[in-house]
Design a protein around this ligand. Structure first.
Ligand SMILES: Nc1nc(=O)c2c([nH]1)NC[C@@H]1CN(c3ccc(C(=O)N[C@@H](CCC(=O)O)C(=O)O)cc3)CN21
Ligand SMILES: CC(C)C(=O)C(=O)O
Length: 573
């Protein structure tokens, strides 16, 4: 079925949205990458089926061979796309899949800059180069009908689209500088293979539930509490995101029974759906083991931001500007903030303090086009002048100063403010005097939202070293630190008494299609390695009857976390 038939069939069935996807396979030195990217999002309904007649095959074939040649600059040493033949489109529900487009590096290419093609950025960059200005031309012709990447026109089977979406005149493709930017771009949530979505239609259409500043604003206006946690790495970012229950169950059911989490636990973790993820400079203390947040550098923060951006799907990502990268002047601040977005993959930055210089920095960053979260009250980067992580604004004069700072930051354009370690009534007063959300930490329950450090709320900081830097305002919703300790102890015991790995976790057998172990033993004996031969033979024989699954489960039960009390009554499976 060609794309047009598939779209028409879906339209006549009354489907409102039909998504088309391009499948691309990029070949490089040791293998290939396959990427699927939405080509366009057509808002057809049964009332307005696509009109245009299919083009004659000759013309379609020409459309393929005339497809915009890939630039053979030093950035994209690829041959022009070829189609796998024959190229029928397939349809999955409302998604029409293109035939596979193959991209191969030109054989004569010896340019070392071809190397980036060997990781996923290569796919992203190639996709950008193909879709680039072709999509721009199509978008301006078709107005709002085309919402994203329009490489479709150049593909046989995708050629017969409605007049509004007719192929644009061949347009110049990505320039060297856009190509370079594409290669330098960090891994980005859902955007890596659909750059046009970011240019023409805002955040990825594949993830419409992503939290944006508009979502935050809406929640704030409706008086719904905002949730924020810190995340410093990929696994914690994965945990704070929200996913549907079904895929989690599917994944869990594929896991070995011993390591399969309880269903109630999966649902709880995966449904966390936290609104905002802060890659906080507290990582310096929590992960790097420093006594303060001061030592962490911008490049270290960027590395944490990138890991979080790879794991996050829904949350709005805020990167903390670390001490020393924004104080000198506003230009310094803007440069650091831009890196947080460009290299770190963040959606916004946070900076500490409300002095006139900090307010100016916030204003300059916002004017550059980067959203800023302010932070007043206890600002740990000022520990040197504060003399410790001490609560703030406990006397009227100080409270008024913090309130003035909050207002100044709001006027500078901050979209939200963290209020840290101040009395609840002061936080309540600030929350009422500003018209942006306040996110409290140790600031009582009257803020527009709350933030806690991930490791604190999970009870991962039970080691005495950590306990001393875990603030007393932290509620522990689990005791993960205890579970980690118990699991490590059990592992050590089982290794020492040789119950681990046992036959159950020694899955690799010598092929039984040949008398392999006997041959091996013979060869070992010939080399005078009698003992080695005996060992191979006896282990091979004893490993032939692994104990039953039941025995295994009884001998070594995984340590399971109990669900937090307030969830368990609803979610036990
Ligand atoms: N794990 C962790 N959680 C945090 O919330 C956190 C960090 N680390 N590191 C960066 C800052 C520092 N924070 C802290 C740390 C300790 C206290 C605390 O216990 N303060 C004592 C007073 C200490 C003193 O007087 O010196 C208190 O009574 O509140 C407060 C905030 C909050 N942030
Ligand atoms: C505690 C939060 C607000 C923070 O700034 C951090 O984690 O660095």
């Amino acid at each position: 079925m060609c794309a047009r038939d598939a779209i028409q069939a879906a339209a006549l069935k009354g489907s409102r949205r039909i998504t088309t996807q391009i499948q691309i396979q990029i070949h490089f030195g040791g293998g290939y990458l396959r990427a699927t990217a939405p080509s366009a999002d057509f808002g057809y309904s049964a009332a307005e089926p696509p009109q245009s007649p299919p083009q004659p095959p000759q013309q379609q074939q020409r459309a393929v061979s005339c497809s915009p040649a890939l630039p053979s600059t030093r950035f994209f040493p690829l041959s022009p796309p070829t189609l796998t033949a024959p190229p029928p489109c397939s349809r999955k529900g409302n998604t029409v899949l293109s035939p596979l487009v193959l991209l191969r590096p030109k054989p004569q290419c010896t340019d070392p800059s071809a190397v980036p093609l060997s990781h996923s950025l290569g796919a992203a960059a190639a996709a950008r180069s193909i879709g680039g200005s072709a999509a721009a031309a199509a978008a301006s012709r078709a107005g709002s009908a085309v919402r994203s990447w329009s490489f479709t026109q150049s593909l046989r089977g995708f050629a017969a689209l409605p007049p509004a979406l007719a192929p644009p005149a061949p347009a110049p493709l990505a320039t060297a500088s856009t190509a370079a930017a594409a290669l330098a771009a960090p891994p980005r949530r859902q955007l890596s293979v659909q750059p046009e979505a970011a240019v023409y239609s805002g955040p990825s259409p594949r993830n419409p539930s992503r939290v944006t500043l508009r979502t935050i604003r809406k929640k704030y206006e409706l008086g719904e509490p905002l949730t924020m946690v810190t995340a410093y790495d990929y696994p914690s970012a994965v945990h704070v995101r929200q996913e549907r229950e079904a895929p989690c169950r599917r994944i869990a059911l594929k896991m070995p029974i011993q390591t399969r989490p309880r269903m109630s636990y999966i649902i709880i973790v995966e449904a966390a759906g936290i609104d905002i993820c802060l890659v906080g400079d507290s990582v310096a203390m929590v992960v790097h083991g420093h006594d303060t947040t001061l030592p962490i550098r911008l490049d270290e923060m960027l590395s944490h931001c990138q890991a979080v951006a790879r794991g996050a799907r829904r949350a709005f990502l805020v990167g903390d500007l670390p001490f020393g990268c924004y104080e000198t002047d506003a230009r310094d601040a803007v440069r650091s903030a831009v890196r947080m977005l460009k290299e770190g993959g963040m959606d916004a930055v946070k900076l500490e303090g409300g002095s006139p210089a900090r307010v100016e920095a916030a204003r300059a960053i916002v004017e550059t086009g980067v959203a800023v979260m302010g932070h007043v009250g206890l600002t740990p980067q000022s520990v040197s002048v504060i003399g410790g992580f001490r609560p703030q604004a406990q006397v009227a004069e100080e409270a008024l100063r913090v309130m003035d700072q909050a207002q100044a930051l709001q006027r500078a354009g901050c979209f939200a403010l963290v209020l840290e370690c101040i009395p609840g009534p002061i936080a309540a007063a600030i929350t009422r005097t500003v018209s942006v959300p306040t996110i409290g930490i140790g600031a009582g329950g009257e803020c527009s939202g709350q933030v806690l450090v991930y490791h604190d709320l999970l009870g991962m900081m039970t080691h005495p070293h950590h306990a001393k830097v875990t603030p007393k305002f932290c509620k522990q919703y689990a005791r993960v630190g205890d579970a980690i300790g118990a699991a490590l102890q059990q592992y050590r015991r089982e290794v020492e008494d040789r119950t681990f790995p046992g036959p159950r976790y020694s899955p690799y057998a010598i092929s039984d299609r040949e008398p392999g172990v006997e041959l091996l033993a013979g060869a070992l004996r010939k080399r005078g390695l009698e003992e080695a031969a005996e060992a191979a033979l006896s282990i091979h024989l004893s490993g032939s009857s692994p104990p039953s699954e039941d025995n295994q489960l009884n001998s070594s039960k995984p340590i399971m976390l109990s669900a937090p009390a307030h969830y368990s009554s609803n979610n036990r499976s």
